[in-house]
Write a protein that binds this ligand. Structure first.
Ligand code: CU
Length: 128
């Protein structure tokens, strides 16, 4: 067990010191990172800085209570190898978090998280 734990630490260290250059990082998203949009999008689209490895990339969309609300159909775009999408049902106003976890075609794994809001969250609070 101790050896495994140590190996884990070494692996984490090794991953964290690898050059960042070729990894797939989030370039931009739709809805935009941190933005407020007037109504529910039908999908969340993320563009990365590097080609993705299809089948090894996921997006999860969660509501303010942490419940996953996406349709669990994350998929790389057929034509644009840097584009990853997930569908969502019609979402009610509120703030949602988008967590992405991708493997770029060089095998490096990256992950990240951002939020976007539908409608005006202040109005939602007042309406209760
Ligand atoms: Cu890389």
């Amino acid at each position: 067990m101790r050896v495994k734990a140590l190996l884990g630490i070494v692996l984490i260290w090794a991953v964290s010191v690898l050059p960042v250059k070729a990894h797939a990082l989030l370039d931009h998203a739709k809805p935009d990172v941190g933005s407020t949009v007037p109504s529910s999008p039908s999908e969340i689209a993320l563009w990365f800085t590097h080609f993705l490895k299809p089948g090894h990339c996921t997006i999860q969309v969660r509501d303010a209570h942490g419940k996953e609300v996406d349709k669990k159909d994350s998929h790389c775009d057929d034509k644009d190898k840097m584009l990853l999408r997930v569908s969502v049902p019609k979402l009610s106003p509120g703030t949602y978090s988008v967590t992405w976890h991708v493997t770029s075609d060089d095998g490096h794994v990256t992950r990240g998280k951002f939020k976007f809001t539908i409608g005006n969250p202040v109005d939602n609070v007042l309406a209760r």
